[in-house]
Design a protein around this ligand. Structure first.
Ligand SMILES: *Cc1c(COP(=O)(O)O)cnc(C)c1O
Length: 421
């Protein structure tokens, strides 16, 4: 690799996915596209979203209530139109996934089914420093069942002096705590460090211990290829507005492994949209869930956010997760190369994210010295959108769908000019 504009441009020229950049709107800074590295927080707007929303407005205008059964994508069946593409993102069978609600809501719904503590088995094992919403959800679930978060939540932290978790420590903790564990709940990619956990190993060990295993894939969906079915996770949830580019507050995806679909003893919070479709409008007493993840739906589908999501999923289907990952590995390696080179010239950016590409997605988290906030403000003033986390961390996510090698080179230039080194 080379830290030159000509090298970066040459990489872009041979990038088979380079055309996707034109499918997105970039915010402007002084009349030019910003350098956008915030796809881990809110993905950019695909140009196709507008038409997708207008189509649904037209459907509503044209048919009124009959839009549930008429038109190209009748609302009654809307979740089904997203199933195949969602299965592609999750590495699942179509009947194992459904798009509904929002992420934290779905995390609660899944815990209703898969966190069923008993006096002997009541613990939830999770990564320390999980996203706050997950921590609050877990604490409140534990309390809801009458347990004390102090004793019921086991958090696995990095070793002293280390930035991220060792898989062997995760495995050991599951082994030690296994007999009292009801649920192992991990992020796929930790939002702060960018570490991608060894999900199949966690499933294996968790199941071996007799616990359920679920994942929050907010930072993994659309970032890394997933194989939820083969890995055997019991459930997973994710949001669609980060790497999946479906707009603020976009809908959440849910995975429930096929092995649970016929288990009617599994408790769940029910609503009419999870009820057997053929009998839904008979409006009778007695809940009969649809088979598959769709049976966890509560309410009728939120058509507008789901339409935006569908427009974005179309791009993922065309581009292919494997191809996106291949480009992502090269993009992030290039960012790492440029940061390392700046460090050799006297900059001090400490990369918190694992150096092993298999243990990360596209994001690199940089621990900056004391001037972190100042640097962040400088970047913002110079047309770079990235994100700041207290106390001193800048997260950069070069997204393979729309970022280029040139973006990364330009970012490196801004960092170089900032410090004058
Ligand atoms: C972004 C994120 C959330 C946000 O939850 P919402 O319910 O969509 O607001 C939750 N958990 C994780 C791990 C996240 O990264």
């Amino acid at each position: 690799m080379e830290n030159t504009l000509s090298y970066a441009r040459a990489q872009d020229q041979v990038d088979p996915l380079r055309g996707y950049r034109d499918q997105f709107y970039f915010p402007q800074h002084n009349g030019k596209d910003v350098l956008y590295f915030c796809g881990n927080s809110l993905g950019l707007q695909p140009k196709g979203v507008e038409k997708a929303l207008l189509d649904e407005l037209e459907q509503w205008r044209t048919y009124g209530v009959e839009g549930h059964f008429k038109g190209e994508m009748p609302w009654m069946y809307y979740h089904k139109f997203l199933a195949r593409q969602t299965a592609h993102i999750a590495g699942a069978k179509e009947e194992e996934v459904v798009v509904m609600n929002t992420l934290t809501t779905n995390l609660h719904l899944m815990m209703v089914s898969f966190y069923r503590p008993t006096k002997e088995r009541f613990k939830i094992i999770m990564e320390a420093g999980a996203f706050p919403s997950d921590q609050y959800a877990v604490e409140s679930q534990v309390r809801f069942h009458g347990f004390d978060p102090e004793t019921a939540i086991v958090e696995i932290a990095p070793r002293d002096g280390e930035d991220h978790l060792q898989t062997e420590d995760i495995i050991r903790t599951i082994k030690e705590q296994g007999p009292s564990a009801a649920l192992i709940l991990f992020g796929g990619v930790n939002y702060y460090t960018g570490q991608f956990f060894d999900l199949p190993a966690i499933v294996r060990e968790g199941h071996h211990a007799g616990a359920c295993v679920g994942f929050d894939l907010a930072h993994a969906a659309g970032n890394l290829p997933l194989q939820l079915h083969d890995w055997g996770a019991d459930f997973a949830v994710w949001c669609s507005y980060k790497y999946l580019n479906s707009g603020p507050g976009g809908p959440s995806g849910v995975f429930v492994h096929q092995r649970h679909h016929l288990n009617l003893d599994l408790p769940r919070f029910a609503g009419w949209w999870g009820h057997d479709e053929a009998q839904r409008f008979l409006m009778k007493k007695g809940f009969h869930p649809m088979s598959g993840a769709a049976g966890w739906q509560l309410s009728n589908a939120q058509i507008f956010p789901m339409a935006a999501h569908k427009a974005s999923l179309d791009l993922f289907e065309q581009a292919g997760m494997e191809n996106l990952r291949e480009k992502s590995l090269r993009l992030t390696a290039y960012l790492e190369f440029i940061i390392d080179e700046l460090n050799r010239k006297g900059h001090q950016y400490h990369i918190l994210t694992p150096r092993d590409p298999a243990q990360r997605g596209c994001q690199l988290s940089l621990l900056i010295g004391n001037h972190g906030r100042e640097l962040f403000n400088y970047l913002t003033d110079h047309g770079v959108i990235c994100d700041w986390r207290e106390p001193n961390v800048i997260r950069l996510a070069p997204v393979p769908m729309y970022n280029s090698f040139e973006d990364i080179w330009l970012l490196g230039e801004k960092l170089r000019v900032y410090s004058g080194k």
